[in-house]
Design a protein around this ligand. Structure first.
Ligand code: PMP
Length: 291
């Protein structure tokens, strides 16, 4: 279905029809996971924080020892061109850079790098009542890898095998999403969003030892500072859960999403969106034109 959408795709500097954007089966990234991506939001023709996303895109590739062969301004301009030519209400931009078919040995030393940008209509993933009451999570059996085993600060497609497995298992068990711990038992994040807690008027979020430092997470930290909400970035364990009063997830695709409950084998922790969560949701909805 996603190969049949209307519109155009920017591929290696050219704008081509959506269904002409194909890759060969001998693509290095398909065999060895040598690709990185970005997800950016737009509202009508306004792009949000695109230079920051494209800077992370380049850094993600650098973690994997390859280079996106375009500058940030070229990527931003290409995205704006696609956006202006289409009719997107809640647009989602996906940029992808991957090692191509020039070489088929493990090392991508001699690979060619392709870059593509595509946009599709992608409203907020949950209905409004979920944004009021929250999603249900369970504790994943999969963990975020330790930073010496994988490029944990890269938005590397290969790492999303872990996210896909965690999210799929959560769905199979009847939950919306999963919380993943790291290899040192610290709470890390959900399958594709960062996590925050509120305790005694203070915002708490895990220190990013083993996960992507989300741009929505950065937005929340900025806003908290402006609003005078104290923030603690530290190591948080499941044993801290009983003292947490509210919990929410942050991400480009999900926005600011309250958590209603977290299920573990032994316990059910329940949360209600508090005034800090609601205030941050309003600020985020305003800044990203979500209404
Ligand atoms: N962690 C993971 C694994 C993600 O995929 C995402 C979504 N990009 C995030 C966190 C949140 O990052 P951001 O706010 O930049 O979208």
């Amino acid at each position: 279905m996603f190969d049949q959408l209307e519109g155009n795709i920017w591929l290696d500097g050219k704008i081509i029809p959506w269904n002409s954007a194909k890759v060969h089966i001998m693509t290095h990234a398909l065999h060895y996971g040598t690709s990185v991506y970005e997800g950016i939001r737009s509202r009508n023709t306004t792009l949000f924080r695109a230079p920051l996303h494209y800077r992370r895109f380049q850094q993600s590739a650098a973690f994997l020892d390859f280079e996106v062969p375009y500058s940030i301004s070229t990527l931003v301009n290409a995205t704006q061109l696609l956006l202006d030519a289409g009719h997107y209400n809640f647009g989602y931009i996906r940029a992808l850079a991957w090692c191509g078919s020039k070489s088929m040995v493990v090392s991508h030393r001699n690979s060619n790098v392709h870059t593509a940008i595509m946009i599709w209509e992608r409203p907020m993933p949950y209905p409004p009542q979920i944004y009021q009451h929250g999603v249900t999570l369970h504790l994943a059996s999969w963990r975020r890898p330790c930073p010496s085993s994988a490029p944990v600060h890269s938005k590397a497609s290969g790492l999303y095998m872990i996210s896909a497995m965690a999210k799929r298992r959560a769905e199979l068990e009847g939950f919306d999403d999963a919380i993943l711990l790291d290899t040192k038992d610290r709470i890390a994040e959900a399958s594709s969003s960062n996590i925050f807690f509120v305790r005694e008027g203070t915002l708490q979020t895990p220190f990013p030892h083993s996960f992507l430092k989300g741009l929505t997470r950065a937005f929340v930290l900025e806003q908290a500072k402006e609003e005078g909400i104290p923030v603690i970035e530290n190591d948080i364990y499941m044993s801290d859960m009983p003292s947490m009063e509210a919990c929410f997830l942050t991400g480009t695709a999900v926005g600011i999403l309250p958590v209603a409950s977290v299920r573990t084998a032994e316990c059910l922790y329940q949360f209600k969106p508090d005034s800090i969560t609601k205030r941050l949701q309003i600020l985020h909805q305003k800044a990203f034109c979500i209404f």
